[in-house]
Design a protein around this ligand. Structure first.
Ligand code: IDP
Ligand code: MG
Length: 155
């Protein structure tokens, strides 16, 4: 089953929205396999946002990600990478649809509450960047049969 890396950014932590976002994840039926608080530094951010290091806003983005600790999550579910990206909404909160995390709680292009992996390749790299194998618990909760029909599980 697919896994994705999600980061609850300082804009989520500082505004006390951790519980709100985790509720949405659990209410959707997404399984949390890893969860930890981390203080990010410039080294890990330069790797994580390597596609943005040459953009003019990178120094401010980097600083904004170090304002407070973040919460890193490994989430599991069928198609969870795309499911969570759609729950997060468009990058700029002002363009994000109501009902999405960013569309409900962000007015910013930068302070947009969550990071979410955007492909299976980036999910693998990002999970390995933020978690060691013994911090990921690939368990099956007892309520699992309530989440999916047999049809969903045949691939
Ligand atoms: P994503 O988070 O929706 O995948 P990316 O393009 O990968 O968006 O950008 C990573 C993060 O960089 C965004 O979530 C946002 O915090 C920040 N960012 C992206 N574009 C801008 C911008 O134009 N101005 C300021 N910050 C930006
Ligand atoms: Mg991205």
């Amino acid at each position: 089953m697919e896994q994705t890396l999600v980061i609850l950014k300082p804009s989520c932590v500082e505004r006390c929205l951790i519980g709100e976002v985790i509720s949405r994840i659990q209410n959707r039926g997404i399984i949390i396999c890893g969860m930890k608080m981390m203080q990010l530094d410039e080294k890990i951010l330069r790797e994580h946002y390597s596609h943005l290091v040459d953009r003019p806003f990178f120094p401010e983005l980097c600083a904004s990600m170090m304002v407070s600790p973040v919460i890193c999550l490994v989430l599991k579910g069928i198609d969870v990478i795309n499911v969570f990206r759609s729950m997060a909404g468009a990058t700029n909160g002002r363009n994000a649809a109501p009902g999405t995390i960013r569309g409900d709680f962000s007015m910013s292009g930068q302070a947009n509450l969550v990071h979410a992996s955007d492909s299976p390749e980036s999910a693998k790299t990002e999970i390995e960047r933020f978690f060691s194998p013994n911090e990921i618990f690939d368990y099956t909760p007892s309520y699992f049969p309530l989440l999916y029909a047999n049809d969903d599980l045949v691939k």
